[in-house]
Write a protein that binds this ligand. Sequence first.
Ligand code: MRU
Length: 350
Amino acid sequence: MEKSMDFRTIDWVNGRIKIIDQRQLPGRLSYLHIKDLKRLWQAIKTLTVRGAPALGAAAALGVYLGVKNRSFKNFNDFERELKRVIGYIASSRPTAKNLFWALERIRRAGIKDPRRPVSEIKKAILAEAKKIMEEDIISCRKIGCFGAKLINHNDAILTICNAGSLATVGYGTALGVIYQAKKEGKKIKVYSCETRPILQGARLTTWELKKRGVDVTLICDNMAATLMQQGKIDKVITGADRIASNGDSANKIGTYDLAVLSRYHKVPFYVAAPASTFDLEVKHGKEIPIEQRPAEEIHSLFFKKRMAAKGIKVYNPAFDVTPASLITALITDKGILRAPFRESIRRMIP
Ligand code: MRU
């Protein structure tokens, strides 16, 4: 674990997955120690752990939890179970590419050499999951360094959802850019959209930015247009859950709104994400699966206090897709990608 990080979102400690319980924030920084696969699945589903890169790490460690205590007659027996566990984790949330990318990496590590004893294969799976975690921290640092070059002293930056330390193993993507710019001595002001319905912006982004001494102001999602009209926003930076091979980017619902507003107000709109968020098999945004979340998230305040009439119909897509044509640049761990995105992505993303 990196010394300079004041908290780590996900880790492997004493045979368990240690995660920050993000449902408790900003009230309490508490940790869960997950030791079985079903709990891990629930933690993903309930956004206890969330954010595309953090989901990748959780999924990878989850596979190890699923196979570690089971005995297998032979490799075929093991492979069958590996497939079942991977399929189960894959059924938790559909949009973040990182989750499927990590599961595929683990599958490959598991089937690489069938002649090894299963005990060795299990070790290889854990080693691969740990590698995914450490690589994520490095990727975020690279995104931060590339992205900080785009930031000027005294910039006011608008962001949505949480694409920070809490959405990754550590550091963050969109917020990583802000942390790095601050480290370089630039004065930055951040506006955070509250991010209905689950309020990742209000609960998580403001919490971690304040903790790191970044000047942050919370706004309701429907205030972004006014701020831009008043000339208060210099740049928008968001994260991404899946980026198609043409640059169309899926991210938290409301991101597309900000991209449309940015174009109208001539504000640069940046998407920050590691290579593991790109899905080169997806040609454009329409092919990206968009998660539908439970109605309670919208009609009942934190699933308890009802805010809408009983029986009301609810539509609750968790993500939207910003067309590449509205994106000024993609800030990745491989560098800054610009239009035409199909070419820059093909050139830079392995
Ligand atoms: O539903 P969530 O909270 O998992 O959504 C997360 C986001 O939309 C993030 O912006 C995205 O995963 C990028 S995280 C670096």
